[in-house]
Design a binder for this molecule. Structure first.
Ligand code: F6P
Length: 328
């Protein structure tokens, strides 16, 4: 079923992710291909409330596929959490004659979009853009692959100094309350231990594992800690705890922070973003709404937004087992 959509608005919201610009570019070019207008909404829902809009043509998105971040900017909007705020946004959208929205972001972005849809019956489609890869309904979120490669490169650098000084490093990585980043970079960078929220390793088992590493002749160690890990101590407290209980270790800490979100997107993320942008626009033109575009077994699929935000994507148990075996 095709519907009479003549103008699509696009917004990026939540934490930025490498590949968001590639997704914007794809949505804009898909609109141009289907001879419909595309309106860029700047600064997320805050900009929607303020009417911070700009018409985007196929040429407006030249030379951005390789740029990290989002040229539409992103912002977290407290006002949009209120009905009055969403009413202001709706008034701006209708004044601009926008017929549907593509929302690029994470679960917070989609939750706001669903409220907007419920209150104004306004067509929306979500594209998962976050480095956390924690959204149900897709094997990959845009930005995740780039972040993994960025982080592995950094951990390799830290390993150089760890082995030169025979030190143990606790390295904290992002991921909010999911462990996908930590688990994958841990395996990829050959970490001796990986602490993730989905698995309660416990302090005693951590000490035991570090003792075993030492006994097996490892002179330096890397422990990757997901920022949402539940072991009960942050990386600085873990350093103090290990120095107290394993005095043979010299311990250092590195919190990677926001560098994990920067950089030019990988080819994988650029291709993923391009495919998702086309699927999002053509789903709206087919009359679909309240879905998120996802990549499952390398196919573009649609998942109801209320399902996508309800649960986190599950941790890969087979990879968890691989990480245990690699710690031998
Ligand atoms: O959701 C992406 C993310 O980078 C998380 O991994 C991290 O916990 C959070 O955003 C940081 O948020 P902010 O950019 O507001 O500091």
């Amino acid at each position: 079923m095709s519907v009479n959509i003549k103008k699509i608005g696009i917004i990026t919201s939540g934490g930025d992710a490498p590949g968001m610009n590639a997704a914007i570019r794809s949505v804009v070019r898909s609109c141009a291909f289907h001879n419909i207008d595309c309106i860029g909404i700047y600064r997320g829902y805050e900009g929607m409330i303020e009417g911070d809009f700009k018409k985007l043509s196929a040429r407006s998105v030249n030379n951005i596929i390789n740029k990290g971040g989002t040229f539409l900017k992103s912002a977290r909007s407290e006002e949009f959490r209120t009905k009055e705020g969403r009413q202001k946004a709706y008034a701006q959208i209708t004044k601009e004659n926008i017929d549907a929205l593509v929302l690029i972001g994470g679960d917070g972005t989609f939750t706001g979009g669903m409220l907007f849809n419920e209150e104004f019956n306004f067509p929306i489609i979500g594209i998962p853009g976050t480095i956390d890869n924690d959204i149900f309904g897709t094997n990959y979120t845009i930005g995740y692959d780039t972040a993994l490669n960025t982080i592995v490169e950094v951990i390799d650098k830290i390993r150089d100094t760890a082995s030169s000084h025979k030190r143990l490093f606790f390295i904290e990585v992002m991921g909010r309350d999911a462990g996908h980043i930590a688990l994958n970079v841990g395996v990829g960078a050959g970490a001796e231990e990986i602490l993730i929220p989905e698995e309660d390793l416990g302090l005693e088992r951590l000490l035991e594992s570090l003792r075993r590493s030492k006994k097996s002749g490892k002179s330096s160690s890397i422990v990757v800690v997901a920022e949402g890990d539940k072991i009960g101590k942050n990386v600085f407290e873990l350093r103090d705890y290990v120095e107290e209980h394993l005095p043979e270790y010299e311990v250092r800490v590195s919190v990677l922070g926001h560098l994990q979100r920067g950089g030019s997107p990988s080819c994988f993320d650029r291709v993923l973003a391009s495919r998702m942008g086309v699927k999002a626009v053509e789903s709206l033109l087919d009359g679909k709404t309240n879905f998120m575009v996802g990549s499952i077994n390398n196919k573009m699929v649609l998942t109801l937004l209320k399902e996508a935000v309800k649960t986190h994507s599950k941790i890969n148990k087979e990879l968890l087992r691989v990480s245990d075996i690699m710690g031998t």
